[in-house]
Write a protein that binds this ligand. Structure first.
Ligand code: GSH
Length: 228
């Protein structure tokens, strides 16, 4: 059984999509990042970076001790290796997949995350910040558009790289980026959105947020952190 420490955010959906795709038994442990669960000692023992997602695998392949991991990219690689799915065993394809996964982790995620922050949450309007991150996100979409010119997925087949990118790119409209300008990417979003496992992941994930919103308490917890 995999315990998935989750909140319905783009990074949270990456492993949830994987778990739904493979049917690996899992249970969700909600970590309400809008109310500070990410700072509680029990969670920090698993995820010292105080961010979701994290997992604990109580039946790892080697040793009997439960195995904990944080960082969505490493979780996806681990689960792919555990199940032998969505990460090719062919050396080239495998590393091309990891390459695009790293591209998501170092590019799409942080850039769209900051674009989101400056467009939707920053307490003051900072046009330079908005422009900088939205433009960088668009540049990355342009790179993806070229990669998809002669293929349906980022690498040979649907993989953990696509699962990592989808929960971010599918919500580009939230930062006023129109995928109509990137037709291959738009088709890729449609293709993945149609997958039954992806639909199930959002059906499972969305209700977990309940009535919690990005209110004043959440903003203080998430954006007003004083480095220790
Ligand atoms: N690089 C990390 C980023 C994780 C991350 O930023 N998670 C956000 C939600 S999408 C979070 O937990 N935020 C809580 C906080 O900022 O305190 C990963 O990919 O797992």
């Amino acid at each position: 059984m995999i315990d998935l420490y989750f909140w319905p955010t783009p990074n949270g959906y990456k492993p949830l999509i994987f778990l739904e795709e493979t049917g690996l038994p899992y249970q969700i442990k909600p970590i309400n990042i809008l109310r500070g669960d990410q700072f509680k000692p029990d969670f920090l023992a698993i995820a010292p970076n105080n961010r979701i997602p994290a997992i604990v695998d109580d039946a790892p392949a080697e040793r009997n001790q439960p195995f904990a991991l944080f960082e969505s990219g490493s979780i996806l690689i681990y689960l792919a290796e555990k199940t032998g799915q969505f990460l090719s065993s062919n050396l080239r394809t495998r590393h091309q997949t990891i390459q695009w996964l790293m591209w998501q982790m170092g590019g799409i995620g942080p850039m769209m995350g900051q674009a989101n922050h400056f467009t939707r949450y920053a307490p003051e309007d900072i046009p330079y910040g908005k422009k900088r991150y939205v433009n960088e996100f668009k540049r990355l979409l342009g790179v993806m558009e070229k990669q998809l010119r002669d293929r349906d997925y980022l690498t040979e087949d649907y993989s953990i790289a696509d699962m990592a990118c989808y929960p971010w790119i599918a919500f580009s409209h939230l930062i006023n980026v129109q995928l109509a300008d990137f037709p291959k990417v738009a088709k890729w979003v449609e293709r993945i959105a149609e997958r039954p496992a992806v639909k199930r992941a959002y059906q499972v994930g969305e209700p977990i947020q309940g009535d919690y919103q990005m209110d004043e308490e959440a903003r203080r917890l998430l954006f007003d952190i004083k480095p220790k």
